[in-house]
Design a protein around this ligand. Structure first.
Ligand SMILES: [Zn+2]
Length: 68
């Protein structure tokens, strides 16, 4: 195997590893964020975790859905 080919393979391995770390960091951040910042009503601060209607059951205000 030529040296240039070996270098090429290492570049690919490095890039794949980088993508995986990116993915792990993003999933980890989402997990952390969901745990520490649950979706809440902007008006009353009502916890909207698991809310599917898009409206706050407490005050009836339209609430933004948490992006997944
Ligand atoms: Zn509310």
């Amino acid at each position: 195997m030529e040296a240039s080919q070996r270098t090429c393979i290492w570049v690919v391995v490095f890039l794949l590893g980088e993508l995986q770390w990116n993915w792990i960091a993003r999933v980890g951040w989402r997990f952390f964020n969901a745990k520490h910042n649950p979706p809440a009503c902007k008006q009353g601060g009502y916890n909207l975790t698991g809310n599917v209607s898009g409206t706050c059951p407490e005050c009836g205000a339209a609430c933004e859905q948490m992006r997944t």
